[in-house]
Each structure stands twice: as C-alpha cells, then as structure tokens.
Ligand binder design. Structure first.
Ligand SMILES: [Zn+2]
Length: 385
C-alpha cells in the first residue's frame, strides 16, 4: 500500500496546483481513480471554471459516515531555494520531497490509495472524499463545498481533515479573520483642517476602538478555553494613509485581523465596529463631505474549530490510534466549516507543519505508513458498522 501511495503522491506533486493556478488536472486525476473503485464522484467548479472541488462517495447515499478531507492547492515556490525540482517528487533518506508532500497531498494520496480497501470492506456506511481548492488563500473552496453539500442535503456524521499534525489528533484551533478597512475622506490644506476630512485621523479613531475591543475580549474567554492565549486576539497589522505633513489625508487603510476562540466574539467585534462607524465616524465625516466612506473588505474569514466535550470523531480516532488525548494547534484549517454543518471533526494527518510552506518540504515515509495504518483500521471499524 505504501508503494501505491508513493506512486499517487508522485503523480499529485507533478500537478503544480499553486493556489493562483488551476487545479483541474489534479481533480480529474483523482476523480478517475475514485471512479475506478466504484465511487460516485461530483465535481463542483468555481465561477471562473478554472478550479474545482471534488466530492466522492463510496457506499450508500445515506446520512452519516465519514468525510476524509484535504485541499488540493499548494503555496508558491517563488523565492525559495529548493535542492531539487519542487514539482518532481524525490526520495532521499526515508523522506519524500516536493511541494505539497506534507501540506497536504500526502494525506490525499493515502486516502485514494486506501479507496479500494474502503470499497471492499465498507458496505453500509458512506465514506466520502472531499478535495478542495483555495485553502491556502482563505478556505474559499471548502466554503463553497459546504454550501453545495447543504443544498444537496448530504449530511455526513464525522470528518477528518488531514492537515499535517504528525498524526496527532487535533480537536481545536482558533479562527482567522482578516480585514482591510478603507477610509475615504476629503483632501485639503493642512492649515484649514475643518474644510477637509482627514482619513488618517478617522483611521486612528477606528484603531483606538479596535484596541478597546481587543482589551474587552480578554475578559470574554470561556472558562474552559485551552487556547494560548485563552481569548480572542486582535492585531492591527498595518496602517497606511496620507502623503505629507501639510495636506489633509484623503485616504487611509487599516489592515487588521482577529483570531476568534468562539464565533460569538467575531460577531461582537463586527457589530461593535459597524455601530461605531455608522453612529459616530461616518456622520462626523459626512457633515463636511457627504461622499465620505468607510468600507471593510473581508480578506478571509476562516472559522475556528471549537473544541467540544462530545466529539465522536475524536473518540473514534483515539480508539484507533491508542492516543490518550487530543490537542489544539495555532494554525487554521477547513475544519470549522465542516463543524458548522454539524459534523464532529478532528484534524489529523501525516507530516509536520514544520515542513509546510518551506523550501525542501518533505514528508517522512513512516508518517505515510502511520496514516495508512490508521485508514486501514478505520475501514475495518466502519465495516463492522
Ligand atoms: Zn494545508
């Protein structure tokens, strides 16, 4: 099985599915392999037609079962110093090198290699494969996939997101919401501040409000939170605006993020900012300049994976691996989107996040073997019903 997985992985690495480029060739390859095992395969294109999600099912078309999920895209190799061609898989010292080996084509290859085993063993429970696009740019594909599943009333019970965790079971991570807020004021001479609308000054007030909310959030963490730090954080990453000392700045931009530990914190911050802009900043700006604007662009809103007491996916994986607990990680994944559909979700996959996104990305062969063992046991357990 390891040989088959290596072969598939080598094929997958050869598709340069950097997020800005098409993933269609890789998706057709995976579709063909899964169809060969008897899976029902659906491909969902994005609006450009250049990218697609794949959703495939082995077994009966009923509720329940498990989703094995991975993203098909990889981060760019630009400005990275690779020892060998990043899109040609190479084996050296018990490791497989190539862009995407650990993040996260290794997991995808393992699930597809095991598909014939699932097809043979599991007859009463659906085993689903979800391969998405544009994870690295904000989990765009998974968001669309989740919507498509809801429309079709497909309701799996469990999901494993195979991001590289060195096969540790992960039951939670914070969300990651990124925004750019732009201020449009009115230019004027610095000597007559009341005749213009200074976008930098309004941006500064906005940042002050954000900092108040940031402080407030530290008091709102759930008592049981195991995150580090336990509360939702806010970071103002960049502040741009204006040009010179004596001109009223007509434009400004604040780039900021928050990492929610619970969805209610994100709504709290968004509502508070909306009210502040609508009730205070905009009326003041528009008194001088009716066309003044504050617009917030959502760069990405990746939902967190909220740890819950009762998580059947965690329980199952602990039984299968003999692990005695589950952890949290600081990085975001597509898991929260699946959780939002009511599934019990864990993140667990081969390879280390240490190697992700770097030059000479690799996956250790024994990590792939461990993953295959887990999937094999999973098939046997699902076969027993
Ligand atoms: Zn990843």
């Amino acid at each position: 099985m390891l040989e088959t997985t290596k072969q598939i992985l080598s094929d997958l690495i050869a598709f340069p599915t950097v997020s800005v480029d098409s993933n269609l060739d890789m998706i057709s390859y995976l579709a063909a392999r899964l169809k060969d095992c008897g899976a029902k395969v659906e491909i969902f294109h994005d609006e450009t037609g250049k990218k697609a999600n794949l959703f495939a099912t082995l077994g009966p078309a009923v509720d329940g079962g498990i989703v094995l999920s991975g993203h098909s895209d990889v981060v760019p190799v630009t400005d990275q110093d690779w020892t060998s061609d990043p899109f040609v898989m190479e084996q050296r010292d018990g490791r497989l090198y190539g862009r995407g080996t650990c993040d996260m084509k290794g997991f995808i290859a393992a699930t597809v290699a095991m598909a014939p085993h699932f097809a043979q063993r599991v007859t009463d429970t659906p085993v689903h494969f979800a391969f998405t696009y544009d994870e690295e740019t904000g989990c765009i594909g998974a968001g669309h996939l989740v919507e498509a599943l809801k429309e079709r009333n497909i309701n799996p019970r469990l999901a494993i997101i195979g991001e590289p965790t060195s096969m540790r079971i992960i039951e939670g991570h914070k969300g990651c919401h990124e925004y750019s807020t732009r201020f449009q004021g009115l230019e004027g001479h610095g000597s007559a501040p009341d005749l213009g609308v200074n976008a930098v000054e309004y941006a500064a007030r906005y940042v002050s409000r954000l900092l108040e909310l940031k402080a407030k959030l530290t008091t709102m963490a759930p008592d049981t939170s195991r995150f580090e730090p336990p509360w939702t954080t806010v970071n103002v990453g960049a502040l741009h605006g204006g040009s010179v000392h004596n001109v009223i700045a007509p434009k400004a931009q604040v780039d900021w993020e928050m990492r929610p530990v619970q969805a209610s914190d994100a709504s709290f911050v968004k509502e508070a900012l909306k009210a502040y802009c609508e009730d205070e900043l905009l009326p003041a700006m528009r008194k001088v300049f009716p066309d003044a604007q504050i617009d917030t662009e959502v760069v990405g809103e990746v939902a967190g994976l909220v740890p819950v007491d009762d998580n059947a996916a965690r329980k199952l994986l602990m039984e299968l691996t003999g692990a005695n607990g589950a952890d949290l990680v600081p990085f975001g994944t597509e898991a929260g989107l699946f959780q939002s559909m009511g599934m019990d979700v864990v993140v667990c996959g081969p390879g280390s996040i240490e190697q992700a996104h770097k030059a000479d990305e690799f996956i250790a062969l024994d990590q792939l073997s461990d993953c295959l063992k887990l999937l094999e046991k999973l098939g046997d357990t699902l076969a027993k019903g």
